[in-house]
Each structure stands twice: as structure tokens, then as C-alpha cells.
Ligand binder design. Structure first.
Ligand SMILES: Cc1cc2nc3c(=O)[nH]c(=O)nc-3n(C[C@H](O)[C@H](O)[C@H](O)COP(=O)(O)O)c2cc1C
Length: 177
């Protein structure tokens, strides 16, 4: 599958088969995040793989929006390091995208669980604290996201995207759309 194909086929998958992902495939998915670019080439991200079913169930309670983690085959917790780089949020975001696309290439479904909350510090502290506590993550790491992974139970139908011309501009910004 070429990159554009993977991008075109990617959907969020939240229903998974009860089937493990082989270790070599998980390592490839981790590599995609590991090899993603970072601002100033600084190592402001870390990735934590969780495959323990009890822990996945526990993590599924982090926010009301990640119940699917309970039935995922594995998850990757994406951590940011503000102490290393001011680009930690961008670095972790691009790594998350690469991870998701590599999963698609391997026929593995992915779901994105937002943990870090940019507009509600109290809520972010609660969510991140819950994950830190569960996984023994140091306090200086920001818990940006948890990506759930598993073989898709169903393939969502093609998605209707918003009009391309409302998103893409050429040469100068067009307001009259
Ligand atoms: C920044 C971001 C945060 C997201 N947070 C959640 C989340 O907490 N829970 C969830 O189920 N999906 C989450 N998603 C997935 C989106 O809801 C999903 O990608 C979007 O509806 C588009 O659907 P598609 O991925 O099938 O194209 C998030 C996606 C992104 C990019």
C-alpha cells in the first residue's frame, strides 16, 4: 500500500476482533512513531506500548471517549516532553499520525484517544494523572494521546468529506467560498 492509499483508507476503528497483533507488527507500528520527524530534531516524544488486557480495561476509563480501549489488542501511549522541546505537542501529533498510517498499512485498525486537554487544565491534570498513575509515568511527561490498535471487527464505509475547496487554498487565501 502506498502512503496516499493508506491515507485514503484510514478510518477510526473502535470495534476490534479478539485477535492479538504479532510482536513484529507492533514493532513496525512503534517504528513509525519513533522515526517520525521532530522540531529541531529533538527527542521530545516517548511511546509506551501496552498489551496487557487488564491494563487496557483500566485505561479505557481515562475519559468517557475511550471505551474502545477495553477491547483493543494493544495501545500506544504517546508522551510529550516539554522539558526537551517547545515542539512537544507537534512532535507527538505527527508521531501519532505516522503510527496510525503504519497500522493501516498492516491491516490493523487504530483509534485516537485524546488525553491532554489544551483548554481545561484541571481536566487534563485528572486524565493525565490517571494514566501516569496506572503506568508509572514520571510527572514531567505530558500524556498526549492513547492510540488503540486491533484488527477491525468491521470496516466503516467510505466517509463523506467536507468540500475540498473549503479547506485548500492556492496562492492566496480565498474568503469567498
Ligand atoms: C486530535 C484528535 C482527538 C481525537 N479524540 C478522540 C477521542 O478522544 N475518542 C475517540 O473515540 N476518537 C477521537 N478522535 C478520532 C476522531 O473523532 C475521528 O478521527 C474523526 O471523527 C474522523 O473520523 P475518521 O478517523 O474515521 O476519519 C480524535 C481524533 C483526533 C485527530
Amino acid at each position: 500500500m502506498n502512503v496516499l492509499n493508506a491515507i485514503q483508507h484510514r478510518r477510526e476503528i473502535t470495534r476490534f476482533q479478539n485477535k492479538k497483533i504479532p510482536k513484529e507488527e507492533l514493532e513496525k507500528i512503534l517504528d513509525a512513531g519513533y522515526l517520525a520527524p521532530s522540531g529541531n530534531n529533538l527527542p521530545s516524544k516517548e511511546l509506551l506500548l501496552v498489551a496487557n488486557q487488564e491494563m487496557l480495561k483500566q485505561l479505557s476509563k481515562t475519559t468517557p471517549y475511550v471505551p474502545w480501549l477495553a477491547n483493543a489488542a494493544a495501545a500506544i501511549v504517546v508522551l510529550g516532553r516539554p522539558d526537551i522541546s517547545k515542539y512537544w505537542l507537534q512532535d507527538t501529533s505527527i508521531a501519532s499520525g505516522f503510527i496510525w498510517l503504519e497500522a493501516v498499512e498492516l491491516g490493523v485498525g487504530g483509534a485516537f484517544g485524546a488525553i491532554y486537554h489544551s483548554e481545561d487544565q484541571q481536566e487534563s491534570d485528572r486524565r493525565e494523572g490517571y494514566v501516569r498513575e496506572a503506568l508509572n509515568i514520571p510527572a514531567d511527561r505530558r500524556v498526549v494521546a492513547i492510540l488503540g490498535l486491533g484488527y477491525p471487527e468491521e470496516q466503516p464505509s467510505a466517509k463523506k468529506h467536507i468540500a475540498r475547496e473549503s479547506i485548500i487554498h492556492y496562492e492566496t487565501f480565498r474568503i469567498d467560498k
